[in-house]
Ligand binder design. Structure first.
Ligand code: AGP
Length: 602
């Protein structure tokens, strides 16, 4: 996820663009840039780091302009460097482009452009765009035609904005990535999201996929793919900039829970082929893991739960695997040999305990892979290879969408490792279930009864979560989520362990969440009966027509899916339960007390 912005007509275009980028920084924050048109040609300022770093540099130069575009980046192709920051320009420096999204056919376009003598200097997918525009301009097209023809060649998802030297016009389009037009009195604006320009105008036009906009100080024109002009309604927004950043949700956490279908579509894009039942990972061609005998995962907190889940998925495929809490890994060195693959799972890529453990693995000569959300993070730079979970930035301290994206990325990695290193045959049903997962999460969110369940059990003494196999890490995660944002006591156990101790704590005011994932239902029914016999209320997380749902006091329904993936659906229900419980208790949901998003100290 990146943020783009544009402004035409204001004497204060430069500060307006910088304010817009500042308000969009929640969409990405590893590099930023602007391109402005000031009568002397096009000037580009861009660099790695925060918008505030860019703003400081721009202010020192104090440029003026009435037309410009801006970008704040969340890397998807190429690390966060000055060169990879947007805007990107063509060979002549007369065309500048900002982009949010992924251009899937960029490799092919890049080779074609290089063969024709273009010099592409960044590692991004975006840079092909200004060069394609340059080609069409050289062939005699108008700037609008060149922009349109270029967009026709792109595959993937994008919102693009372009300025060309010598004109006070911004050209923009969207397909699959958001773009909103702001209609001002003397100036007009474009951005990925309303907060970018909300302090200048509250009159907005929400653009649709396939719309192209030509905008100058006097107005704008929208046309569709076939070239026909379109009128889109101008709406007035009455939110504050902060409300708008949260997309109308009360908290980032709830916004991020509902973003999971989108995040997962990004996670799997280009990585699975449901027809062949195969998984293709960009950094790991077929056979990459042929020599792997054992996998060790290292992680903390929620990421550790994702790692435990991956252990189960690998075990189901006959690959020996273990998950270690990073803080424990360094204390008691587990046995390894040269065929052990070490996988660090870390959303931020900056968790000190995980980085230390990865460093230790490297010192022992082991091959390391970082599974992370942040390109350019320390974990990504430290490990031999990286696999990005592509969840987009997560602002809430409680990890939600990154957990789901971690699990699905790890499922793809597990399938690849098992296919390469054992006689495991790629499973069509598994890969098809991965493809269907985002839609299933949508239906879980839409139909969830987690809020009434949270109300019904809000004055409980403690909350327990139990599950077997891949449902065990989900039970641990359900308890962690509830305790970190509601401050209520919650614990997760392997369901089979209940009778070895925790059952002593079960009373009528300790609800127990029984998580069934299809592979373990019969035994979860007996666990449920054990709890009910002690008067413990049972909240099952299971398909609506299952035996366990019929026995439970309340069921949080999940659709039937491949047992290896059912835990992801169950977890979404538990995220919603935690959220609604914390909300009833009026907790600081996005910034719970004593906790930080990224723990960079040991
Ligand atoms: C979970 O909600 C927490 N934010 C926390 O447990 C987190 O998962 C842990 O600190 C590890 O962070 P990382 O994934 O960035 O390494």
């Amino acid at each position: 996820m990146c943020g783009i912005t544009a402004c035409v007509g204001s004497e204060r275009t430069v500060p307006t663009l910088l304010t817009g980028l500042d308000n969009l920084e929640y969409r990405g924050y590893d590099s930023a840039g602007i391109a402005i048109q000031n009568g002397d040609g096009l000037s580009v300022f861009k660099q790695e780091g925060k918008v505030s770093d860019l703003a400081e540099r721009v202010r020192r130069r104090d440029p003026t302009a009435t037309t410009g575009i801006g970008h704040t980046r969340w890397s998807t192709h190429g690390p966060p460097t000055d060169g990879n920051a947007h805007p990107h320009t063509d060979c002549t420096g007369e065309i500048a482009i900002v982009h949010n999204g992924i251009i899937e056919n960029y490799a092919q376009l890049r080779s074609m452009l290089k063969a024709r003598g273009h010099e592409l200097t960044s590692a991004t997918d975006t840079e092909v765009v200004p060069h394609l525009v340059e080609e069409r301009l050289d062939q005699g097209a108008t700037t609008f035609e060149a922009f349109k023809d270029t967009v026709d060649q792109l595959e993937g998802s994008y919102a693009l904005a372009m300025v060309a030297e010598g004109g006070d016009t911004v050209y923009a389009t969207r397909d699959g990535s958001p773009l909103v037009l702001g209609v001002g009195e003397e100036a007009n604006f474009l951005a990925s999201d309303v907060p970018a320009f909300l302090e200048f105008t509250g009159n907005v036009v929400y653009l649709e996929n396939g719309d192209t906009v030509v905008m100058d100080a006097d107005g704008y024109e929208i046309s569709h793919r076939d070239g026909a002009s379109i009128e889109r309604p101008v709406r007035e927004v009455d939110w504050t900039a902060e409300d708008a950043e949260k997309g109308g949700f009360d908290h980032y956490m709830l916004k991020e829970i509902t973003e999971q279908p989108t995040a997962l579509r990004q996670t799997i894009r280009g990585r699975i082929d449901p027809d062949r039942g195969s998984v293709e990972l960009e950094t790991f061609p077929d056979g990459s893991f042929a020599d792997v005998e054992r996998v060790q995962f290292i992680a903390c907190g929620t990421s550790y739960h994702a790692a435990l889940y991956a252990v189960q998925i690998l075990s189901n495929r006959g690959v020996p695997a273990d998950a270690f809490l990073a803080s424990e890994y360094t204390a008691g060195v587990p046995p390894t040999d040269e065929d052990t693959l070490v996988v660090g799972v870390t959303q931020s890529g900056e968790t000190a305990d995980t980085l230390n453990a990865l460093e230790m693995a490297r010192e022992r000569g082991l091959e390391t892979v970082a599974v992370t959300n942040v390109i350019g993070s320390t974990a990504a730079r430290t490990c031999d290879e990286s696999l990005f979970i592509r969840a987009g930035p997560e602002i809430g301290v409680a990890a939600t969408k990154t957990f789901s994206s971690q699990i699905v990325t790890l499922c793809c990695l597990a399938e690849r490792i098992a296919t390469d290193s054992t006689d495991h045959c790629p499973s069509e049903t598994f890969v098809q279930a991965i493809e269907e997962l985002p839609g299933m999460i949508e239906s879980v969110i839409d139909r969830s009864t987690a809020e009434p369940a949270a109300i019904a059990y809000s004055d409980s003494d403690s909350y327990f979560f139990v599950g077997r196999n891949e449902a065990r890490p989900v039970a641990l995660e359900g308890a962690l989520k509830l305790k970190e944002i509601s401050y209520e006591h919650a614990e997760g156990f392997a369901a089979g362990e209940l009778k070895h101790g925790p059952l002593a704590l079960v009373t009528e005011s300790t609800p127990v969440f029984a998580i069934a994932t299809g592979s373990n239902e019969e035994r979860m029914v007996s666990t449920t009966e054990e709890i009910r016999a002690r008067d413990g209320p049972v909240i099952s997380v299971a398909p609506a027509d299952s035996e366990i749902a019929a026995l439970a006091d309340h069921n949080l329904a999940v659709p039937e899916t491949h047992p290896d993936l059912a835990g992801v659906l169950a977890n979404v229900q538990l995220q919603l339960f935690a959220y609604h419980t914390a909300s009833l208790l009026d907790r600081a949901i996005d910034k719970p007390r004593n906790l930080a998003k990224s723990v960079t100290v040991e």
